[in-house]
Design a protein around this ligand. Structure first.
Ligand code: SAH
Length: 240
């Protein structure tokens, strides 16, 4: 999915920022860079700031108009530091990722970033379906161009990058506890709560439900469950 996401920079003034964007993109697994009428490009400043992401600069596509840069994209987001009074639905980078997750695979997506000094013009936002705004200090809301790309790229990396599938449990070494094992743990926990005099079994219904909620959140593996069962056994024996 990351390879279907295009970063479009409109009329960037400082070539160093283009390099900074390339670096931010490569960090986050993005590779498609489109430049609409950059003031100065190619440039040694851009290469220096890219710090090893110069392969992205080498294959960057330079266009004369925004329309050309996004012509084959189905969904276009326009990034702006400013809220606009008119009709664009305004979303956060996280909501942007959720929209992209809901698209059919291989849909081409563009995220358009504006000029350093004046951002995107309204007629440029007209070709965007959504206005993407990074929430930040209302009194100082304009991020550096590369920093803005970094924040948006990070959200995409979390959703689609190498680490998108978290390994639950002890790095997958121990299998997760089964429902049956969890039920026998809960029975043991309930029994222990009664044994140590914490709560009478008749009164334990609502607290057991809350305890289940805690354990449901964390996906115990068999090793972790063994440790907890050990603690329960110890408490019961200690209490005799
Ligand atoms: N002074 C300009 C901001 C330029 S910053 C203005 O008032 O619009 C350069 C670009 O970085 C912006 O056009 C936008 O695409 C992106 N950017 C900066 N801060 C942002 C923010 N808080 N949310 C979304 N995009 C932002």
């Amino acid at each position: 999915m990351l390879s279907n996401i295009r970063i479009v920079l409109v009329e960037t003034s400082h070539p160093g920022n283009i390099g900074g964007v390339a670096r931010a993109m490569k960090n986050m697994g993005l590779s498609q860079l489109y430049l609409v009428s950059p003031k100065i490009f190619p440039s040694s400043d851009a290469t220096a700031r890219a710090a090893g992401a110069d392969d992205l600069l080498a294959k960057a596509v330079v266009c004369e108009s925004l329309a050309e840069a996004i012509q084959d994209c189905s969904v276009v987001f326009g990034a702006s530091a400013r809220s606009r009074t008119i009709s664009w639905p305004e979303i956060t980078p996280r909501a942007c990722v959720q929209i992209v997750q809901s698209l059919r695979p291989n849909t081409s997506v563009a995220i358009v970033f504006g000029r350093e000094n004046s951002g995107l013009k309204n007629h440029e936002l007209d070709v965007c379906q959504y206005l993407l705004r990074i929430p930040c200090n209302a009194a100082f809301s304009s991020l550096n161009l590369a920093a803005a790309v970094q924040v948006v790229g990070y959200e995409f990396f979390l959703a689609f990058g190498e680490q998108a599938t978290p390994s639950i449990g002890d790095a997958g070494v121990n299998p997760l506890a089964t429902a049956e094992q969890m039920e026998s743990f809960y029975a043991h926990l309930r029994e222990t709560i009664a044994d140590i005099g914490f709560l009478h079994p008749d009164k334990s219904k609502s607290i057991m439900r809350r305890l289940r909620r805690i354990f449901n959140r964390i996906h115990l593996d068999t090793k972790e469950l063994d440790i907890l069962r050990g603690i329960l056994r110890f408490s019961q024996n200690h209490n005799k």
